[in-house]
Design a protein around this ligand. Sequence first.
Ligand SMILES: NC(=O)c1ccc[n+]([C@@H]2O[C@H](COP(=O)([O-])OP(=O)(O)OC[C@H]3O[C@@H](n4cnc5c(N)ncnc54)[C@H](OP(=O)(O)O)[C@@H]3O)[C@@H](O)[C@H]2O)c1
Length: 244
Amino acid sequence: MEIRGQVALVTGAARRVGRILALTLAQAGVHVAVHYGHSTQAAEETVDRLRSYGVRAEAFQADLTRPDAPVRLFRQVQEVMGLPRILVNSAAVFLPGTVRETTLENWDHHLSLNLRAPFLLIQTFARAVAQGPGKIVNISDWRAVYPGRKYLAYTVSKAALHTLTQMAAHELAPRIQVNALALGAVLPPPGKDEAYLARLVERTPGRRPIRSEEIGQALLFLLRNDAVTGEILFVDAGAHLVHG
Ligand SMILES: NC(=O)c1ccc[n+]([C@@H]2O[C@H](COP(=O)([O-])OP(=O)(O)OC[C@H]3O[C@@H](n4cnc5c(N)ncnc54)[C@H](OP(=O)(O)O)[C@@H]3O)[C@@H](O)[C@H]2O)c1
């Protein structure tokens, strides 16, 4: 698909990884709907930065843990910016919890934001972009294929996101391509420092964090190549190849 001039909706785009994805799109000439949850000021700053690349950018607030929010968000974006033909599901929560520790609240938080919201956005997108062309990229994690012990609900949500990616790719072909980017460690999680990140990547084949431009290149590849669908592209310097 020629992506220049298209509208993209990126969830969780105000800061961190979502912001990297939004900047990549703007640099490629894509107009960007910057979804955010709580980070109002960061969203405004990101919108200003995106506009500096000569594209349209607007901020849209939505608490995506609410069941009605994804559909409402999509419609608002369509009204203000026109039909989005690119959807990037990046907003997520990442909290620890083993089988014994995980509370109902922790479970529901992960499943509603990391899985139900992408599902509802994909469904709304598929109905609105029925004639195509369209591109969906779900942001996942190497942990989706690593059944460790510490992040139960997160890992389950991302593993299910892989299945959702593949089933949506199958159903929505040939007009819409659906893929996932399974990232390695890019930034330390909130509350953790660079030393945590260094220890984490030391156990992986690449022994280094993933760089912004590496994520951006992978995103653009998935958006531009119409033959690739149902793919889980690991951009993790090999982290998914080792277990722990
Ligand atoms: N960071 C990494 O190294 C890494 C590694 C592998 C995979 N990933 C994946 O990359 C994606 C982004 O990761 P990240 O580290 O940048 O995430 P993060 O720092 O935890 O940020 C979470 C994002 O989700 C949004 N969000 C949180 N709660 C929300 C809610 N209730 N409603 C709507 N939005 C909400 C936040 O928006 P507000 O701040 O506006 O609330 C924020 O943009 C995730 O899918 C994650 O699994 C990240």
